[in-house]
Design a protein around this ligand. Structure first.
Ligand code: SF4
Length: 778
């Protein structure tokens, strides 16, 4: 890495983990504790102080992961030099030239024998926008392979598919998170925000106080427990809302029944449906069959509770004089073979109540990964080009090819989505080499043993990572890369807010950015296409490539984002086009029209924003102000109407049966993130949750002879997993819950199914059938 002085002032950046992207300041300190003011500082050599920063999503709050995030910079086993697998089978240090020359030589040989599709690329939703963009460009112009996809396919692909289908545009939350603070009712469908993004909970305060927090989850999660406590803090009399606890895999039935009640009781917003939707009559007919008692028989939620929630929602809808309602989906309902259908049902319900595209109400997806939103916009998805364009759209291909300086005819077509891509590795006609960036596949992919087997069949596996993750340990070549506080770039959070990631410390050893690595490989592979490695320059190119697309960043740059932030603005929302009048989806109108009962929102609405005559750098005056709220005037469909789509319940692909009579659901814990590659290296977090565990209802534990604290083995049609049993009545007697943050024998994804949703190719992480039995102690 290039040494440079470390700034004396704290560096304003964002948390390395989830999509809330909480604001934080980082201050490197000298050994004596004083802030470093000069001289290069390697991140591993110096303590870094984390301070929460007031930012709309976290308002000065951080969770345990955020507070301890600086420890990730000092991982004791940080990879600091390229590693090559030697003839003895061990990984050994090598120079960059040796490693990159070897990769280029072997890629060229594989493609000479197997064609461009002989090499594949797997990206990640934690990569910066600049890295995600460059990875897609590298795959399409240097490798010319169609085979690129990323781990966002495991994250919220079904919500993205449903949003694109219904609204013509997928911006996870089409409104700022601070808008939630004004709503009477917030419905969380399969989302455990109290553990996955705790600062988010403060935005639910009003709904909780009004008794309007509705949590749909088979487990009484930390979030579900919020409904027992209307004010936060000590439990009080009264309830903050409702917890619906359906049978795993039946969330869709809950939503169909809620819509049935809304329609049967005349609670729908008929004027809105007539003016702003299409296809709703068919949907209305389709839910006639889902009266609450029938739904109860399938999903297990009492019919009276379904009626109660439907009425609660309707009373909060603006058409009935309420202050507003939101439906928000998370992985619990999205990671399903009927994930797109379930999110579509949530959207249909929201449409019936007149919520989407209305200030103070709406539907949104709570994207999980740090750059889960931006990661799906810039071209690392199998079917997309930058700007969230479809790769099979001739106009999109021509536009992006012109930015890249290539013939559109040379760009490959759509590739295979993640699960199919992984299943094809090393097979006849499948890719023989794979580049992995920002993904720990053998822990985070479903049916993980099969993935491990496919990786083992490759001729070349290259993994870019910061630490020797379980996947990196299988690689032929490991390339050490910069992380979070060691790099410049941008992220796009769960609201569609584009924010700056800034470098506070220097990377250790011989660590390099993926931008530099891909540029070097492109050069070695004889690419005529230019690959800049300066993130600001890459962003400018990304912005040009996105111009005119659904996710238009063309009015943004690092300099503009920096100037906006210096003037008090907390990031800018896309679409943010460079030129021309605000598009119909955009413009300052929505900024000023929306209600703003709380300070944070008032700041957001009236703060010093570029383009609306606010004080601040004049350079940006007159430019597009970004779009905090989309769809207020029209949806992004050709006719401007939201499409209601008929869906119905089919059930999980791997349902319970006599030899596997228990549902397994997976999820996260507060202290760990994704595959745990980062958080297992944070001592404070690892001490709190050091090992995999499985939650069992005491009735189930007694029945199968697994005591609280004993060892339990869960066996599915794919394999088995062993963990420590925890008895709790938070899970249903027919259900076991396991977090997915571990590799090895406690890796629950060795058991999960890789069956996928037919629309989005999202795997069904959230439900499969297992048998439960005692396991020997290790
Ligand atoms: Fe915030 Fe998420 Fe980081 Fe926790 S993990 S501090 S919720 S961004």
């Amino acid at each position: 890495a290039v040494a440079r002085p470390t700034p004396a002032r704290p560096t304003a950046t964002h948390c390395p983990y989830c999509a809330l992207q909480c604001g934080m300041d980082l201050t490197p300190a000298a050994a004596g504790g004083a802030p470093v003011t000069s001289a290069p500082v390697a991140s591993a050599a110096v303590p870094v102080t984390v301070s929460p920063r007031d930012f709309p999503t976290n308002r000065g709050g951080l969770c345990q992961k955020g507070w301890t995030s600086a420890s990730v910079l000092r991982a004791p086993d940080r990879v600091t030099t390229p590693l090559l697998r030697g003839v003895d089978g061990a990984l050994a240090p090598a120079t960059w030239d040796t490693a990159l020359d070897l990769i280029a030589t072997r890629v060229a040989a594989i493609q000479a024998e197997h064609g461009p599709g002989g090499v594949a690329v797997f990206g990640g939703g934690g990569l910066t926008n600049e890295k995600a963009y460059t990875l897609g460009k590298f795959a399409r112009t240097v490798l010319r392979t169609p085979h690129i996809d990323y781990n966002g396919r495991f994250c919220m692909a079904s919500a993205a598919a449903a949003g694109n289908r219904a609204f013509g545009l997928d911006r996870g939350m089409p409104f700022p998170v601070t808008d939630l603070a004004g709503a009477d009712v917030v419905v969380l469908l399969g989302s455990n925000v109290a553990e996955t993004m705790p600062p988010f909970v403060q935005h639910l305060a009003r709904a909780r106080a009004a008794g309007g927090l509705v949590v749909v989850d088979p487990r009484r999660s930390a979030t579900a427990r919020l409904v027992d406590d209307p004010q936060g803090g000590a439990p009080r009399a009264g309830r903050g809302g409702v917890h619906l606890q359906p049978v795993p895999g039946t969330d869709l039935v809950v939503l169909l029944a809620l819509l049935h009640v809304v329609l049967a009781e005349g609670l729908a917003d008929r004027d809105y449906l007539a003016a702003r939707t299409s296809g709703f009559d068919d949907v209305a007919r389709s839910v006639v069959a889902w009266w609450p008692e029938r739904a109860e028989a399938v999903c297990g939620v009492p019919a009276d509770e379904l009626r109660r929630v439907a009425r609660l929602l309707a009373a909060a809808s603006p058409s009935r004089g309420g202050r507003g309602a939101y439906l928000l989906t998370g992985r619990g309902v999205e990671q399903s073979t009927q994930g797109t259908a379930t999110v579509t049902a949530a959207i249909n319900l929201a449409l019936a109540l007149g919520l989407p595209g209305r200030a103070g109400s709406g539907y949104g997806c709570l994207t999980g990964q740090g750059n889960g939103q931006g990661g799906r916009e810039h071209g690392q998805k199998a079917d997309q080009l930058p700007g969230y364009r479809r790769i099979d759209d001739p106009a999109a291909r021509a536009h992006v090819a012109a930015v890249w300086g290539v013939d559109p005819a040379t760009l490959p077509g759509p590739g295979r989505p993640a699960v199919a891509l992984l299943a094809s590795l090393g097979t006849d006609g499948g890719p023989r080499a794979l580049f992995v960036h920002g993904s720990n596949l053998v822990v985070s992919a479903p049916n993980a043993d099969r993935v491990r087997e496919r990786l083992g069949a490759l001729d070349l596996l290259v993994v870019c990572d910061t630490v020797p993750s379980e996947t990196a340990l299988l690689a032929d070549v490991v390339l050490p890369v910069t992380q979070w506080a060691e790099e410049e770039g941008t992220m796009t959070n769960l609201e569609g807010r584009v924010i700056r990631r800034r470098r506070a410390v220097d990377a250790p050893g011989h660590v390099r950015s993926e931008l530099w690595i891909l540029a070097e490989l492109a050069r070695r592979l004889g690419s005529p296409v230019d690959f800049p490695d300066d993130p600001a320059v890459v962003f400018d190119e990304l912005a040009r490539a996105s111009a005119g697309g659904p996710a238009d960043y063309s009015g943004l740059s690092h300099a503009r984002l920096d100037a906006d932030e210096a003037a008090g603005g907390p990031g800018l929302f896309w679409p943010c086009p460079a030129t021309g009048p605000a598009r119909e989806l955009s413009g300052p109108g929505p900024l000023e029209r929306a209600p703003g009962p709380d300070n944070s929102r008032a700041r957001e609405l009236s703060g010093p924003r570029a383009g609306i005559g606010a004080p601040g750098p004049d350079n940006w005056r007159g430019q597009h102000p970004g779009t905090p709220r989309v769809f207020l005037e029209r949806f992004a469909t050709p006719d401007g109407r939201a499409r209601a789509v008929v869906v119905d319940h089919v059930g999980p692909s791997d349902d319970v049966r006599p030899d596997a009579p228990v549902y397994l659901v997976t999820g996260r814990v507060l202290q760990h993130y994704q595959s745990g590659a980062q958080t297992h290296r944070v001592p404070e977090l690892e001490r709190l949750v050091p090992e995999p565990y499985a939650e069992l209802h005491p009735h189930l534990g007694q029945r199968v002879g697994v005591p609280d604290g004993g060892r339990v083995r869960l066996t599915s049609a794919r394999g088995d997993v062993v963990a420590t049993a925890r008895w709790t009545d938070a899970v249903r007697p027919d259900t076991v819950f396991m977090p997915f943050h571990w590799g090895g024998p406690g890796s629950v994804n060795r058991v999960t199914t890789d069956a996928v949703d037919p629309v989005s190719a999202m795997p069904e992480f959230k439900v499969c059938a297992v048998s439960v039995a005692p396991a020997e102690s290790p």
